[in-house]
Structures are given as structure tokens and as C-alpha cells.
Write a protein that binds this ligand. Structure first.
Ligand SMILES: CC(C)(COP(=O)(O)OP(=O)(O)OC[C@H]1O[C@@H](n2cnc3c(N)ncnc32)[C@H](O)[C@@H]1OP(=O)(O)O)[C@@H](O)C(=O)NCCC(=O)NCCS
Length: 200
């Protein structure tokens, strides 16, 4: 019979709400998103350059607010100087296991979107590193993944800069709303690799 696994570090698996918030990076203050954050995020989330490579594009604020209300539990937001400048995804799922193996090992998919007014200053990379710290040190996850369109150089560079490994390039598997079928990139990192990198 399958038994429930603890975290890789032996703890009972915590949830996002069990961690201490906000978490501080050198410049950002990061916390779980709330449904009402959508209104402030919309000031820049409405810009086409923000949603160019994202799964969803919203024709108006009401649609974004509605979408966000159903998704915010999987998001974190980051403040810079008291303003919400980033929305980050941290969606936890169970790892695939065989029926007889211990269950309970978890992984997360991470992602990011920044206000264009603050892009190009290393904040995306700073936020992404914190997502790894939250995932591995905070939540004790086994693995973290991230995906992007192969054309999204900025996102690809973030994944590389934070030490994630390119695990797959899928050929013309992703249908872009205006560009047609495009390649996508899939990156991953294990907790053991994260720990090795931290102590190296
Ligand atoms: C992806 C994103 C979060 C990057 O944020 P950022 O704060 O500008 O990123 P950083 O300043 O940390 O830069 C990260 C790397 O991307 C590069 N980069 C940033 N903007 C770029 C652009 N428009 N084109 C090409 N490279 C870019 C930087 O030069 C840097 O790489 P380098 O160290 O090799 O020079 C931001 O562009 C964004 O929010 N885009 C819209 C949403 C999105 O596409 N999210 C990802 C979906 S998978």
C-alpha cells in the first residue's frame, strides 16, 4: 500500500500559507496573491507586451478580475517601493508515482510577468530565484519546472540564469494566438541540484 512521503528534508509538507510572509529579496517584497490584487495589476497587465507570450490575453479589466479570482491561489505578487510590479505563478502538483511507490512528493511550475516599467533591471531574475527558494527551502518540493515559447528570450534567459536545466524543446507544439505553431522550451530543477548549487 502506498504511504505518504514527507518533504525531501523530512518535514511534513507545508503549504504556501504555512510560510512566513512577506519574503524579501534585495529589492522586492513577495507574498501570496489576493483576488483584489487584480485591480492594481491590471494597470500594466493590460499591455500587449505583457501578454504577448502568456497563455491568456484579456480584452478588459472585468475579464482579468474574473480570471484572477479563480487563479490567485496559484500566484504570488511582488512589490517594489510599495507598488505591485510582478505576478508570479507557483502551482503545486503531485509528482507522478507508480501506484505502489510512496505518494506525496510534490513539484511546482513557476512563471513570471513584470510591469514593463521595471523590466530590464534584473528584477525578473531576482523574483525567479526567490520562487526557487520558496519552492525548495520553504515548501520542500522535489522538483520545479518552467516553460516558455522558444521565442521568449527574456524568459528563457531567466530560466538559464537561475540554474534550471533545459529538459526539452518541443517542436511546433504550442499554438500562439497570432504567430501560429511555435516551439516551446521546458526547464527543470531538482531539490538535490538546488541544494548542491547552494553549497557549491
Ligand atoms: C520575462 C520577464 C519577466 C523578464 O523580466 P526582466 O526583469 O526584464 O528580466 P531581467 O532584467 O532579470 O533579465 C533577464 C534576462 O532577459 C534578458 N531580456 C530582458 N528583456 C529582454 C527582451 N525584451 N529581449 C531579449 N532579452 C531580454 C536580459 O538581458 C537578461 O539576460 P542577460 O542576463 O543574458 O542579459 C519580462 O520580460 C516579462 O514580464 N515579460 C512579459 C511576460 C512574460 O513573457 N512572461 C514569461 C512567460 S513564459
Amino acid at each position: 500500500m502506498a504511504t505518504v512521503a514527507a518533504c525531501e528534508d523530512g518535514r511534513v509538507p507545508p503549504e504556501l500559507t504555512d510560510l512566513t510572509w512577506p519574503r524579501r529579496t534585495p529589492r522586492l517584497s513577495v507574498r501570496p496573491a489576493r483576488a483584489e490584487d487584480a485591480v492594481e495589476l491590471w494597470s500594466w497587465y493590460r499591455l500587449p507586451e505583457v501578454t504577448q507570450w502568456l497563455s491568456e490575453h484579456f480584452p478588459d479589466e472585468a475579464r482579468f478580475v474574473d480570471f484572477y479570482a479563480g487563479r490567485f491561489a496559484h500566484y504570488l505578487v511582488a512589490e517594489l517601493d510599495g507598488r505591485l510590479v510582478a505576478n508570479a505563478k507557483l502551482e503545486i502538483t503531485d509528482c507522478w508515482t507508480q501506484a505502489e511507490a510512496p505518494v506525496g512528493a510534490r513539484q511546482a511550475e513557476i512563471g513570471w510577468a513584470l510591469d514593463p516599467a521595471v523590466q530590464g533591471r534584473g528584477l525578473g531574475t531576482e523574483l525567479a530565484r526567490e520562487l526557487l527558494a520558496i519552492s525548495f527551502d520553504g515548501l520542500g518540493l522535489h522538483r520545479v519546472t518552467a516553460i516558455c515559447f522558444a521565442e521568449n528570450t527574456a524568459s528563457m534567459r531567466i530560466m538559464e540564469k537561475i540554474g534550471m536545466r533545459l529538459e526539452a524543446r518541443f517542436v511546433a507544439d504550442s499554438l500562439h494566438r497570432s504567430e501560429g505553431w511555435l516551439d516551446s522550451l521546458s526547464y527543470g530543477l531538482l531539490a538535490s541540484e538546488w541544494r548542491a548549487g547552494r553549497t557549491a
